[in-house]
Design a protein around this ligand. Structure first.
Ligand code: SR1
Ligand code: MG
Length: 414
């Protein structure tokens, strides 16, 4: 260890060494009594990292340590992944915190040797994916996420920054390895019948074969992939699914921006919306009572509508003070927002399909143990995902997106 409490060489921490580490880190003193008894638990439930909560014994103050492993956690060392990704998360979290304070955890410090980020521990909040499987409703979920998106996407776009300033920031966000994960797992592999990392419920073999043979679907997915790789519109979160949101009844935060890079705004909005539709599909089984199921799906639709409305209103309000007169044209602004809406639809669809056919699934669906029941929910999600990808270029209003989701969800409510 160096005098500052930082290690001189990378090593993964465990529940014991993380306590020594925190005790020796001067920045920790503002958040914990580092001279007292400390306890730690490892709580990582994501695909990539170690996550420790370190707290004063007896349940006092706490902080969170998120450390990148040099490989993909769920796959093990056979899938190496540079731990330097923690640096992207540090830079993205700092920027998000500046643009949207109170909507992300407060960052405390970044350790570039141990490749970890120390931040506020959201002790009373839970990752929303799991309570939503039980029908939990969060007030203002959609509006809060829409506000987060308007703030972060506008502030890091050409509309707020001058070109040189934006390019300087972009230098810190090439994020090659995590973009490769998204390009492969979201846009490429789900459409290939023989991609070795794909897995799916054997009861949907025929549905998967059918969509993998759909040339129009594949062409539209390719366009969306190309745009993901080339449309450097803003610093996007890059992985904004319902596992990247923590909340309680009065506080909603976006976490885990390690996939951040300069990409199309609609990728973030679509990730959130697609995950609401995945939840809606999974309630085919999670909510056996038809009335409760209908009501929860109505809630999800309302939150999706509120998300887009808050994003659009917040974004357009900020467009009133653009950085260059070139961006002041009302017709240009309308066209731009319309293109973000089309992207939102397409990316929502891609994000749904990859969770059913690709490497990384979601608990909403995979927690359904009976494979025939799971297949019923998955077919609803596939129907929505396919239509959103195939038809995204024709989407003219958010109502069109809702109509596609509602058609598949409500058909099963009858
Ligand atoms: C190998 S990482 C798999 C997935 O987990 C993350 O949450 C991203 O969605 C990524 O695609
Ligand atoms: Mg994550």
């Amino acid at each position: 260890m160096t005098r500052s409490g930082g290690a001189s060489v990378y090593r993964p921490l465990d529940v014991d060494t993380v306590i020594d580490y925190v005790r020796n880190r001067p920045e920790a003193r503002a958040h914990l009594d580092t001279s007292g008894v400390l306890e730690a638990v490892e709580v990582g439930d994501g695909n990539l990292n170690l996550v420790f909560k370190v707290f004063e014994a007896g349940g006092g103050r706490s902080l969170l340590i998120k450390q990148a492993l040099p490989y993909v956690r769920v796959a093990g060392p056979s899938w190496p992944m540079p731990a330097e990704r923690a640096g992207y998360e540090a830079r993205a979290l700092a920027l998000e915190h500046r643009c949207a304070p109170g909507l992300v955890p407060e960052p405390y410090w970044f350790d570039e040797v141990l490749m970890l980020n120390a931040m506020e521990n959201l002790a009373d909040q839970r990752v929303i994916r799991f309570p939503m499987m039980e029908g939990k409703r969060y007030r203002d979920l959609g509006a809060t996420i829409g506000d987060f998106l308007a703030r972060t996407l506008y502030a890091t776009s050409d509309f707020a920054l001058d070109a040189a300033e934006k390019r300087e920031i972009m230098k810190g966000f090439f994020n090659i390895e995590l973009c490769r994960i998204t390009e492969d797992l979201v846009f490429t592999e789900p459409y290939l019948p023989d991609a070795p990392r794909n897995r799916w419920n054997p009861r949907i073999d025929a549905d998967v074969a059918d969509f993998q043979a759909d040339e129009r679907l594949k062409a539209e997915a390719a366009k969306l992939k190309y745009r993901f790789m080339n449309a450097t519109q803003a610093l996007i979160h890059g992985d904004l699914h319902t596992g990247s949101i923590m909340a309680n009844d009065h506080d909603i935060r976006v976490i885990d921006p390690e996939f951040a890079f300069f990409g199309p705004m609609g990728f973030d909005i679509g990730a959130f919306i697609g995950n609401l539709w995945l939840s809606g599909a999974s309630h085919e089984i999670h909510s056996p009572d038809p009335e409760a199921r209908r009501a929860y799906r109505r809630y999800l639709i309302d939150e999706a509508v509120a998300c887009w409305a808050a994003f659009e209103a917040g974004f357009r309000r900020r467009l009133e003070a653009v950085s260059s007169p070139s961006w002041a044209s009302p017709a240009f602004q309308d066209d731009f927002v319309a293109s973000v809406l089309r992207d939102t639809a397409g990316y929502a669809g891609c994000k749904m399909l990859r969770r059913i056919v690709g490497f990384a699934h979601v608990a909403d669906l995979d927690s359904i143990e009976d494979l025939d029941e799971r297949a019923r929910a998955e077919r609803i999600a596939i129907r929505i995902g396919r239509r959103l990808v195939s038809e995204h270029a024709r989407i003219a209003s958010f109502d069109d997106i809702v109509a596609i989701a509602a058609e598949a969800l409500e058909a099963h409510d009858a």
